[in-house]
Design a protein around this ligand. Structure first.
Ligand SMILES: Nc1nc2c(ncn2[C@@H]2O[C@H](COP(=O)(O)OP(=O)(O)OP(=O)(O)O)[C@@H](O)[C@H]2O)c(=O)[nH]1
Ligand SMILES: [Mg+2]
Length: 315
């Protein structure tokens, strides 16, 4: 990450004063915990609002947002620093396109992340989705398979399009609870969390410029939550929850080196071969020679021992 171009986090000054104050307080909290860098990886299906969320957090238009299929096929890292703190945020192409896990995108992301340490995973989806299907299982499992199940211990589910009117006369809070619960169940399965373990946190986001604001000009959700400082607060909680950040190294991505694994067993294999194959064969050969010697006529024995060939019959 050292070679990454780090700019002054100017976007933070674009936020309303109350949001700036809240963000500075949270950055101070991270400093108290000796965290001076956070690297956030943003993953999710195509078109769910990953790039928009990156832009909302940074407060600048750093990632391309598209209503239609995105042309941004490569991951993008944006680094900003403020008061001795560095934020690295990585936007990625959609992991599901056209009804399948996008293996090409996953491969690009893996190669992009090699030797980087991920502090936070934001798994983005939409709040206004009404059910989960096999694709949700596939994409969460693909994340576990690619980066290890442990990455979910550093994860948050981020639900965009949070300014909605729930269908079927459901209350907003009930709708959010139900949508959160089904996605938490999907993640729990992919992450291998036990039922007794704490659930992955879910945070709501409204990236639209038409998001309601409070009297201080801060973006608020239907329940009055000022969502940006709340999202950062949850990020800080996960970053300081005691679990280890995830180093994306070759071993994690490719699995244990098969050759190295094999090499460890070579001496044992050779010993097995010597004691159970070579030695018994040798013993067998010796026995055969002895038996042959004792059964052969004398003239044949003399034939083998001298330079001169002497033929005579015994007895
Ligand atoms: N109303 C509303 N629209 C959103 C929100 N987040 C994103 N959008 C819109 O949804 C569309 C897709 O947003 P992107 O941020 O490009 O989504 P993405 O996940 O980065 O898409 P890909 O990079 O193609 O995978 C754009 O038209 C955004 O303006 C949100 O919270 N509310
Ligand atoms: Mg995008």
């Amino acid at each position: 990450m050292a070679s990454q171009l780090v700019r002054e986090w100017a976007g933070i000054q674009q936020f309303p004063v109350a949001t700036q104050t809240a963000l500075h307080r949270l950055l101070g909290k991270l400093k108290q915990e000796s965290v001076d860098t956070l690297t956030i990886l943003v993953l999710g299906k195509g078109g769910v609002g990953k790039s928009s969320t990156v832009n909302s957090i940074v407060g600048e238009r750093v990632a391309i947002v598209s209503a239609f299929q995105s042309e941004a096929m490569r991951p993008l890292i944006c680094s900003r620093s403020r008061a001795g703190f560095t934020l690295n945020i990585i936007d990625t192409p959609g992991l599901i396109e056209g009804g399948f896990v996008n293996d090409h995108a996953l491969d690009l992301i893996k190669r992009f992340l090699i030797n980087k340490t991920i502090d936070i995973l934001l798994y983005v989806d939409r709040l206004d989705g009404y059910r989960v299907d096999d694709l949700d299982m596939q994409v969460t499992k693909a994340i576990s398979k690619s980066f290890g199940q442990q990455i979910w211990r550093r994860g948050l589910v981020v639900l965009t399009h949070a300014q909605l009117s729930p269908p079927d006369e459901l209350r907003y809070a009930d709708f959010v609870d139900r949508r959160s619960a089904i996605l938490q169940a999907v993640v729990r399965k992919a992450a291998g969390f036990k039922k007794s373990e704490t659930q992955i946190p879910v945070v709501l986001v409204e990236n639209s410029g038409r998001c309601n604001t409070n009297s201080g000009g801060e973006k608020v959700l239907s329940d009055g939550t000022v969502w940006l400082p709340y999202l950062v607060e949850k990020i800080v909680e996960v970053a300081t929850n005691g679990s280890k950040p995830i180093l994306i190294d070759k071993k994690l991505i490719e699995g244990p080196d098969a050759n190295q694994w094999g090499k460890r067993w070579i001496p044992l294999f050779l010993a097995f071969q010597y004691f159970f194959i070579v030695k018994p064969i040798r013993r067998g050969i010796q026995k055969d020679i002895q038996r042959e010697k004792s059964e052969r006529p004398a003239w044949e024995i003399y034939d083998e021992t001298g330079d001169k060939t002497i033929f005579f019959k015994r007895g």
